[in-house]
Design a binder for this molecule. Structure first.
Ligand code: ADP
Length: 255
Protein backbone atom coordinates (compact mmCIF):
# COMPACT_ATOMS: atom_id res chain seq x y z
CA UNK A 1 0.00 0.00 0.00
CA UNK A 2 2.75 2.36 0.98
CA UNK A 3 4.43 1.59 -2.37
CA UNK A 4 1.29 2.32 -4.37
CA UNK A 5 0.85 5.55 -2.48
CA UNK A 6 4.42 6.53 -3.37
CA UNK A 7 3.87 5.66 -7.00
CA UNK A 8 0.74 7.71 -7.08
CA UNK A 9 2.54 10.63 -5.48
CA UNK A 10 5.36 10.44 -8.06
CA UNK A 11 2.87 10.24 -10.89
CA UNK A 12 0.89 13.18 -9.57
CA UNK A 13 4.12 15.11 -9.22
CA UNK A 14 5.28 14.52 -12.77
CA UNK A 15 1.80 15.32 -14.10
CA UNK A 16 1.98 18.56 -12.18
CA UNK A 17 5.38 19.34 -13.69
CA UNK A 18 4.13 18.55 -17.19
CA UNK A 19 1.11 20.79 -16.72
CA UNK A 20 3.30 23.60 -15.49
CA UNK A 21 5.72 23.22 -18.43
CA UNK A 22 2.78 23.20 -20.82
CA UNK A 23 1.52 26.42 -19.26
CA UNK A 24 4.95 28.05 -19.66
CA UNK A 25 5.23 26.87 -23.28
CA UNK A 26 1.74 28.15 -24.09
CA UNK A 27 2.62 31.50 -22.54
CA UNK A 28 5.81 31.69 -24.62
CA UNK A 29 3.95 30.80 -27.82
CA UNK A 30 1.37 33.48 -27.02
CA UNK A 31 4.09 36.06 -26.45
CA UNK A 32 5.82 35.06 -29.68
CA UNK A 33 2.56 35.31 -31.65
CA UNK A 34 1.90 38.74 -30.15
CA UNK A 35 5.41 39.88 -31.10
CA UNK A 36 4.88 38.65 -34.67
CA UNK A 37 1.52 40.38 -34.87
CA UNK A 38 3.06 43.65 -33.66
CA UNK A 39 5.97 43.26 -36.09
CA UNK A 40 3.63 42.93 -39.08
CA UNK A 41 1.48 45.81 -37.88
CA UNK A 42 4.65 47.94 -37.65
CA UNK A 43 5.81 46.94 -41.13
CA UNK A 44 2.41 47.80 -42.62
CA UNK A 45 2.52 51.16 -40.91
CA UNK A 46 6.09 51.86 -42.01
CA UNK A 47 5.20 51.17 -45.65
CA UNK A 48 1.83 52.89 -45.69
CA UNK A 49 3.15 56.29 -44.62
CA UNK A 50 5.79 56.75 -47.34
CA UNK A 51 3.38 55.34 -49.95
CA UNK A 52 0.84 58.01 -49.02
CA UNK A 53 3.45 60.72 -49.45
CA UNK A 54 4.58 59.32 -52.81
CA UNK A 55 1.03 59.06 -54.09
CA UNK A 56 0.24 62.64 -52.95
CA UNK A 57 3.43 63.90 -54.65
CA UNK A 58 2.52 62.13 -57.91
CA UNK A 59 -0.95 63.62 -57.80
CA UNK A 60 0.49 67.12 -57.37
CA UNK A 61 2.93 66.52 -60.25
CA UNK A 62 -0.01 65.89 -62.57
CA UNK A 63 -1.26 69.46 -62.07
CA UNK A 64 -0.73 71.55 -65.22
CA UNK A 65 0.33 74.90 -63.77
CA UNK A 66 3.03 73.75 -61.39
CA UNK A 67 6.21 75.87 -61.41
CA UNK A 68 9.65 74.22 -61.62
CA UNK A 69 10.49 74.76 -57.95
CA UNK A 70 7.31 73.03 -56.80
CA UNK A 71 7.88 70.20 -59.29
CA UNK A 72 11.37 69.65 -57.91
CA UNK A 73 10.01 69.71 -54.38
CA UNK A 74 7.48 66.95 -55.07
CA UNK A 75 9.99 64.87 -57.02
CA UNK A 76 12.48 65.11 -54.13
CA UNK A 77 9.80 64.16 -51.64
CA UNK A 78 8.82 61.07 -53.66
CA UNK A 79 12.49 60.11 -54.05
CA UNK A 80 13.14 60.46 -50.31
CA UNK A 81 10.22 58.17 -49.46
CA UNK A 82 11.21 55.62 -52.11
CA UNK A 83 14.69 55.49 -50.59
CA UNK A 84 13.12 54.96 -47.19
CA UNK A 85 11.09 51.98 -48.36
CA UNK A 86 14.21 50.56 -50.05
CA UNK A 87 16.20 50.88 -46.78
CA UNK A 88 13.33 49.29 -44.88
CA UNK A 89 13.30 46.25 -47.18
CA UNK A 90 17.08 45.94 -46.97
CA UNK A 91 16.99 45.90 -43.16
CA UNK A 92 14.03 43.50 -43.10
CA UNK A 93 15.86 41.13 -45.44
CA UNK A 94 18.94 41.17 -43.19
CA UNK A 95 16.86 40.47 -40.07
CA UNK A 96 14.89 37.72 -41.78
CA UNK A 97 18.13 35.99 -42.77
CA UNK A 98 19.49 36.11 -39.24
CA UNK A 99 16.15 34.85 -37.87
CA UNK A 100 16.17 31.86 -40.17
CA UNK A 101 19.85 31.05 -39.52
CA UNK A 102 20.35 31.47 -43.24
CA UNK A 103 23.05 33.97 -42.56
CA UNK A 104 26.56 32.67 -42.44
CA UNK A 105 29.22 34.93 -41.18
CA UNK A 106 32.68 34.28 -42.47
CA UNK A 107 35.10 35.13 -39.73
CA UNK A 108 38.74 35.81 -40.36
CA UNK A 109 41.44 38.13 -39.14
CA UNK A 110 40.95 41.65 -40.42
CA UNK A 111 42.18 45.15 -39.73
CA UNK A 112 39.88 47.85 -38.38
CA UNK A 113 41.91 50.65 -39.98
CA UNK A 114 40.44 50.38 -43.52
CA UNK A 115 36.93 50.37 -42.02
CA UNK A 116 37.74 53.47 -39.99
CA UNK A 117 39.15 55.18 -43.11
CA UNK A 118 36.01 54.27 -45.05
CA UNK A 119 33.77 55.72 -42.30
CA UNK A 120 35.70 58.96 -42.52
CA UNK A 121 35.13 59.07 -46.30
CA UNK A 122 31.48 58.13 -45.92
CA UNK A 123 30.51 60.47 -43.10
CA UNK A 124 33.20 63.20 -42.98
CA UNK A 125 31.27 65.68 -45.11
CA UNK A 126 27.90 64.98 -43.50
CA UNK A 127 29.43 65.57 -40.05
CA UNK A 128 31.17 68.78 -41.14
CA UNK A 129 27.93 70.06 -42.71
CA UNK A 130 26.23 69.61 -39.33
CA UNK A 131 29.10 71.28 -37.49
CA UNK A 132 30.16 67.98 -35.88
CA UNK A 133 33.77 66.89 -35.52
CA UNK A 134 34.19 63.25 -36.58
CA UNK A 135 37.22 61.71 -34.83
CA UNK A 136 38.22 58.34 -36.14
CA UNK A 137 41.13 56.24 -34.85
CA UNK A 138 43.86 55.88 -37.43
CA UNK A 139 46.03 53.01 -36.21
CA UNK A 140 46.09 49.44 -37.36
CA UNK A 141 44.29 46.94 -35.09
CA UNK A 142 43.60 43.30 -35.94
CA UNK A 143 40.41 41.58 -34.83
CA UNK A 144 38.58 38.35 -35.71
CA UNK A 145 35.16 38.62 -37.32
CA UNK A 146 33.34 39.05 -40.60
CA UNK A 147 34.76 42.38 -41.84
CA UNK A 148 31.79 43.22 -44.10
CA UNK A 149 29.28 42.62 -41.30
CA UNK A 150 31.34 44.46 -38.70
CA UNK A 151 31.57 47.38 -41.13
CA UNK A 152 27.76 47.39 -41.29
CA UNK A 153 27.56 47.47 -37.47
CA UNK A 154 29.99 50.39 -37.24
CA UNK A 155 28.26 52.14 -40.15
CA UNK A 156 24.82 51.89 -38.47
CA UNK A 157 26.19 53.16 -35.15
CA UNK A 158 28.07 56.11 -36.70
CA UNK A 159 25.16 57.08 -38.91
CA UNK A 160 22.92 57.12 -35.80
CA UNK A 161 25.51 59.07 -33.82
CA UNK A 162 25.56 61.76 -36.50
CA UNK A 163 21.77 61.68 -36.93
CA UNK A 164 21.12 62.22 -33.23
CA UNK A 165 23.86 64.81 -32.57
CA UNK A 166 23.36 68.49 -33.21
CA UNK A 167 26.78 69.78 -32.17
CA UNK A 168 30.06 68.58 -30.76
CA UNK A 169 31.71 65.35 -31.74
CA UNK A 170 31.29 61.76 -32.86
CA UNK A 171 34.17 59.37 -32.13
CA UNK A 172 35.10 55.93 -33.40
CA UNK A 173 37.76 54.34 -31.19
CA UNK A 174 39.17 50.84 -31.06
CA UNK A 175 41.62 49.40 -28.63
CA UNK A 176 43.40 46.08 -28.22
CA UNK A 177 43.16 44.49 -24.77
CA UNK A 178 44.65 41.30 -23.41
CA UNK A 179 42.56 38.95 -25.55
CA UNK A 180 39.98 41.15 -27.22
CA UNK A 181 39.50 44.32 -29.20
CA UNK A 182 37.02 46.87 -27.90
CA UNK A 183 35.24 49.10 -30.41
CA UNK A 184 33.55 52.26 -29.18
CA UNK A 185 31.24 54.67 -30.99
CA UNK A 186 30.35 57.72 -28.90
CA UNK A 187 28.66 61.03 -29.49
CA UNK A 188 27.88 64.26 -27.69
CA UNK A 189 24.31 64.21 -28.98
CA UNK A 190 20.77 64.28 -27.65
CA UNK A 191 21.27 61.15 -25.54
CA UNK A 192 18.70 58.53 -24.54
CA UNK A 193 16.88 58.54 -21.22
CA UNK A 194 16.97 55.46 -18.95
CA UNK A 195 13.37 54.45 -19.61
CA UNK A 196 14.20 53.74 -23.29
CA UNK A 197 17.49 51.92 -22.88
CA UNK A 198 16.11 48.42 -22.24
CA UNK A 199 13.97 48.44 -25.42
CA UNK A 200 16.41 50.26 -27.68
CA UNK A 201 17.36 47.15 -29.67
CA UNK A 202 13.77 46.01 -30.24
CA UNK A 203 12.52 46.13 -33.81
CA UNK A 204 10.93 49.47 -34.71
CA UNK A 205 11.55 50.88 -31.25
CA UNK A 206 12.33 54.59 -31.38
CA UNK A 207 12.57 57.13 -28.60
CA UNK A 208 11.01 59.74 -30.88
CA UNK A 209 9.13 58.37 -33.88
CA UNK A 210 8.71 61.67 -35.69
CA UNK A 211 12.38 62.60 -35.35
CA UNK A 212 13.57 59.18 -36.51
CA UNK A 213 11.30 59.21 -39.60
CA UNK A 214 12.24 62.77 -40.40
CA UNK A 215 15.90 61.69 -40.42
CA UNK A 216 15.07 58.79 -42.73
CA UNK A 217 15.42 56.11 -40.05
CA UNK A 218 13.78 52.71 -40.42
CA UNK A 219 13.77 51.90 -36.71
CA UNK A 220 15.62 48.67 -37.49
CA UNK A 221 19.26 49.79 -37.47
CA UNK A 222 19.99 48.76 -33.89
CA UNK A 223 18.21 45.39 -34.21
CA UNK A 224 20.42 44.69 -37.22
CA UNK A 225 23.46 45.62 -35.10
CA UNK A 226 22.32 43.28 -32.34
CA UNK A 227 21.70 40.36 -34.73
CA UNK A 228 25.06 40.70 -36.47
CA UNK A 229 26.95 40.86 -33.17
CA UNK A 230 24.99 37.97 -31.73
CA UNK A 231 26.06 35.88 -34.77
CA UNK A 232 29.63 36.78 -33.68
CA UNK A 233 28.86 35.69 -30.08
CA UNK A 234 29.29 39.31 -29.13
CA UNK A 235 26.98 41.75 -27.41
CA UNK A 236 26.25 45.43 -27.92
CA UNK A 237 26.44 47.68 -24.84
CA UNK A 238 25.11 51.18 -24.39
CA UNK A 239 25.30 53.94 -21.85
CA UNK A 240 23.75 57.33 -22.29
CA UNK A 241 22.73 60.53 -20.64
CA UNK A 242 19.92 62.73 -21.90
CA UNK A 243 21.29 65.90 -23.43
CA UNK A 244 24.90 64.79 -22.94
CA UNK A 245 25.48 61.97 -25.40
CA UNK A 246 25.63 58.25 -25.96
CA UNK A 247 28.28 55.55 -26.03
CA UNK A 248 27.87 52.16 -27.74
CA UNK A 249 30.59 49.51 -27.49
CA UNK A 250 31.28 45.87 -28.29
CA UNK A 251 34.20 43.46 -28.31
CA UNK A 252 35.64 40.98 -30.77
CA UNK A 253 38.42 38.47 -30.29
CA UNK A 254 41.78 40.05 -31.11
CA UNK A 255 43.67 39.01 -34.20
P1 ADP B 1 16.37 54.60 -36.45
O1 ADP B 1 16.27 54.20 -37.88
O2 ADP B 1 15.12 55.19 -35.91
O3 ADP B 1 17.59 55.43 -36.17
P2 ADP B 1 17.64 52.51 -34.87
O4 ADP B 1 17.23 51.10 -34.59
O5 ADP B 1 18.97 52.71 -35.53
O6 ADP B 1 16.48 53.18 -35.68
O7 ADP B 1 17.63 53.29 -33.48
C1 ADP B 1 16.50 53.17 -32.65
C2 ADP B 1 16.28 54.44 -31.85
O8 ADP B 1 17.34 54.58 -30.89
C3 ADP B 1 16.33 55.72 -32.67
O9 ADP B 1 15.08 56.01 -33.23
C4 ADP B 1 16.71 56.74 -31.62
O10 ADP B 1 15.56 57.11 -30.88
C5 ADP B 1 17.62 55.95 -30.68
N1 ADP B 1 19.08 56.15 -30.94
C6 ADP B 1 19.89 55.32 -31.62
N2 ADP B 1 21.16 55.79 -31.63
C7 ADP B 1 21.15 56.94 -30.94
C8 ADP B 1 22.14 57.90 -30.57
N3 ADP B 1 23.43 57.77 -30.92
N4 ADP B 1 21.75 58.97 -29.82
C9 ADP B 1 20.45 59.12 -29.43
N5 ADP B 1 19.46 58.25 -29.76
C10 ADP B 1 19.80 57.18 -30.49
Amino acid sequence: NINRGDEFGTLANSLDQMASKLRDDTEQIKQFAEKQRQFFADITHEIRNPLHTISAALEMLQLQDLDTDKKQKYIRSAQKQTERITRLFKDLKTLQRYDSDEYFIETREFDLLPIADYMEQLYGDRATDKGITLNVDDHSCKAIGDPGKIEQVIDNLISNAIKYTNEGSVNLRYERNEDSVEIVIEDSGIGISDEHLSRLFDRFYRTDKARSRDKGGTGLGLSVVKSILSAHDSEIHVESESGKGTRFWFSLPRG
